[in-house]
Design a protein around this ligand. Structure first.
Ligand SMILES: [Zn+2]
Ligand SMILES: [Zn+2]
Length: 342
C-alpha cells in the first residue's frame, strides 16, 4: 500500500516543470540581473516540528565540535592527517553524498552497478549525515516544498534553522513510520539499504571507520617508531582524518541548504529561493549550483554555464568512461545523454 505511493516528481525519469520554471536558459545571453527575485517571506518552523529535541543528534554534534579542540594540540598534528581532510572530503562527501546519495539515489540522475552504488553509499555513511533512506526522503520532501511549508530546512525560517537547527528539533512527520515509505520506497526495496536502517547499522559503520583510521595510524607509527609514536600518529589520523574532516563536510553540505537558498545568483526562475553560490560549489564539488539543480533536479550535471565547475559531474563522466555509470541525464535533454557502455 504505502510502497505503491507515487514518487515525488523530482525522481521521475521524465520531469515536467511548470513553464515559468524553465523560462530562462543558461545560454550565456541571459541577464541574470533581470531575473525576478522571489519574495523573501519569512517562514515559520514546520507545524510537525514540536519542542522535543533529537537528543542523539544534538549530543553527537556537541561531542564532535568539542573534539575539534584536539586539532589545536600541536602533538596531534601531522601532514598525513592534514592531507586526509581534502582526500576525505572528496571521497566521503563529493562521491559518497553528492554523487551517490544525492545525484544517484535521490534523483536517479545516473545508474551505477549495484555493488558500486552500495560501496559509494557506504562512503556517504562515513560522513555521519544520516542513512541513505532518511537522507533521500528528507531531500525529496525539500524539493517538493522548497522554501514553503513544510520544507524541512528552509533558511527563510532563519539561517541557523536551515543550516543546522532543523536537524536537532524533532519533526514528527519525518520520524513517523510511513515517512520513508512515502518518500523513499525505492531505497527501502533494496535489502542493502534496509539493512543499514536496522539497529542503526549505518551509525555503527561510521564508528568502525573512525576506529579504522586510528588503528591504521597506530600500526604505522608503532612499526616505524614504537608504541608512543603509534598512539600519537593514530590519534592524529583520527583527529584530522575523521573529526576535522567530518565537521568540515557537515558545514559545507549544510551550506547548500542555508547559504545556497539565500545568497548567490539565479540562472532560472524557479519557484523557490535557490541560488548559485560559487563558494559553496567550491567546497561541495559542484553542489552549490543549487538554482540550476532546483530547475533541473534530475540532471547529473549541476554546473550549466561553461565556467560553473562541477568536479562531481567530472567524476561521473569518468565513471561513465570506465563503465561504472550509465544513463547519465543532463539538463540539455533530461534524458539519457551518454551511450550505455554495456
Ligand atoms: Zn534546495
Ligand atoms: Zn536535490
Amino acid at each position: 500500500m504505502a510502497a505503491s505511493t507515487p514518487l515525488p516528481e523530482t525522481v521521475a525519469s521524465e520531469v515536467e516543470f511548470p513553464p515559468n520554471d524553465l523560462a530562462l536558459q543558461p545560454s550565456g545571453k541571459t541577464n541574470t540581473a533581470n531575473l525576478t527575485q522571489p519574495a523573501r517571506v519569512r517562514l515559520e518552523v514546520p507545524e510537525t516540528v514540536g519542542s522535543r529535541m533529537m537528543w542523539g543528534y544534538l549530543l553527537t554534534f556537541i561531542a564532535l565540535h568539542l573534539m575539534l579542540l584536539l586539532a589545536f594540540v600541536p602533538a596531534l598534528f601531522s601532514w598525513t592527517g592534514l592531507l586526509l581532510v581534502p582526500l576525505g572530503l572528496y571521497l566521503f562527501d563529493w562521491v559518497g553524498i553528492g554523487l551517490c546519495y544525492h545525484r544517484t539515489l535521490t534523483h536517479a540522475g545516473l545508474v551505477m552497478p549495484k555493488w558500486f552504488e552500495h560501496t559509494c553509499a557506504v562512503l556517504g555513511v562515513c560522513t555521519l549525515m544520516d542513512s541513505p533512506a532518511r537522507w533521500v526522503a528528507i531531500h525529496r520532501k525539500h524539493h517538493q516544498h522548497s522554501d514553503e511549508q513544510p520544507d524541512p530546512h528552509s533558511p527563510l525560517v532563519s539561517f541557523m534553522w536551515g543550516h543546522f537547527g532543523w536537524l536537532i528539533r524533532r519533526d514528527d512527520e519525518s520520524n513517523a513510520a510511513g515517512f520513508y515509505h512515502q518518500y523513499a520506497p525505492d531505497i527501502l526495496r533494496d535489502p542493502f539499504y534496509l539493512k543499514l536502517e536496522r539497529n542503526v547499522m549505518w551509525a555503527w559503520i561510521y564508528v568502525a571507520h573512525a576506529i579504522a583510521f586510528f588503528l591504521v595510524g597506530f600500526v604505522v607509527g608503532w612499526v616505524g617508531n614504537g608504541l608512543q609514536e603509534g598512539l600519537r600518529f593514530g590519534a592524529s589520523l583520527f583527529v584530522w582524518g575523521v573529526v576535522v574532516r567530518t565537521l568540515f563536510t557537515w558545514h559545507v553540505t549544510w551550506a547548500v541548504n542555508s547559504v545556497a537558498h539565500m545568497w548567490g545568483y539565479r540562472n532560472y526562475q524557479t519557484r523557490d529561493n535557490s541560488r548559485n553560490s560559487w563558494l559553496v560549489a567550491l567546497f561541495t564539488g559542484g553542489e552549490g549550483w543549487h538554482n540550476n539543480h532546483h530547475a533541473h533536479p534530475v540532471s547529473a550535471a549541476h554546473g550549466h554555464r561553461w565556467w560553473e565547475f562541477d568536479p562531481t559531474y567530472w567524476t561521473i563522466c569518468f565513471l561513465s568512461w570506465v563503465g561504472l555509470a550509465k544513463e547519465v541525464k543532463t539538463y540539455h535533454t533530461g534524458r539519457v545523454r551518454t551511450a550505455d557502455p554495456n
